[in-house]
Design a protein around this ligand. Sequence first.
Ligand code: SAM
Length: 331
Amino acid sequence: MPGPLVDTFGRVHRDLRVSVTDRCNIRCAYCMPAHGVEFKPHSAILTFEEIERFIRVMAGLGVRRLRLTGGEPLVRRGICRLVQMLSAVPGVAEVAMTTNGVLLAEYADELRAAGLARLNISLDTLDREKFREITRRDDLAKVLEGIAAARRAGFTEIKLNAVAIRGQSEDDVVPLARFAGQNGFELRFIEFMPLDGQDRWEQCRVLPGEEILRLLAAGIGPLEPIVEASSRAPATEYRFCDGLGRVGVIASVSEPFCDRCGRLRLTAEGMLRNCLFSTEDWDVRALLRSGADDGALADLVWRAVRAKKRQRGTDQGQFAETRMAMHEIGG
Ligand code: SAM
């Protein structure tokens, strides 16, 4: 069956997150445990050629935007070659990346030359000691260098992503917004989701979007909603009335945007997922490695899309109980 990939709720799927590794060079407590993580062996991870073949099939089904993620995509050796391969696939309009920025100073120019269109960089705090506590690594300076290098390399529309956790993030909200505003980046706060892989998530640890907006208004000044914001963006966007710039809130917990979700995800080991919270996945790798033809791959994709539930992996509205951590799925 040809694309576009429309699910049973009428949602059209044109975006695919491609995780290229489950490994990471930092250890954010909300994403993975400090020790004892068992990473997948290299043989279990899709090769670049396997990813490219699958993307050709997806592009044939109407998928237009790719975002490379992980784990940390920049720890995957040869990542710029993958960017180049995927940018050249007919039908793919954009290849973007989400990164923690630690290795970005090294790769920014090469990524740009390879055709990477956009960068989202994760940054939860501008305080060195706090950064070390959150990520269990002392790498804030490298991230800031990476951000500067990305700008020099010609990336525009850089977005900074900060996870919002009650009791942790409150003091960072205003400094991050000032930093983003003064440098021309859009800042987005993401509500803490139950994907830490350690069962430590609790509703009371979510710093809701509404409260973030109150902190911003009190610390900087009034904000107004941006009405023309893209309807497919997960963030609700605002601008400061004094012109400092824009901020977004990804209220995945307090105000889920599942009715507008047109995303699919491919894990590093080649499992297709129709939701972060899906309790099921579809084994692309097995098909790729058993010599299946493109038709069989497209059928698998359609099965995944048709099985997509209404909200957060269920039809009921609560979070489906996935046991996977964010770094294993690809955020
Ligand atoms: N390593 C890259 C990075 O740090 O941007 C890409 C992968 S990371 C899993 C993608 C995004 O997911 C990051 O912005 C991270 O902060 C966010 N994230 C991870 N765990 C999360 C959680 N439990 N709730 C909300 N966001 C989370």
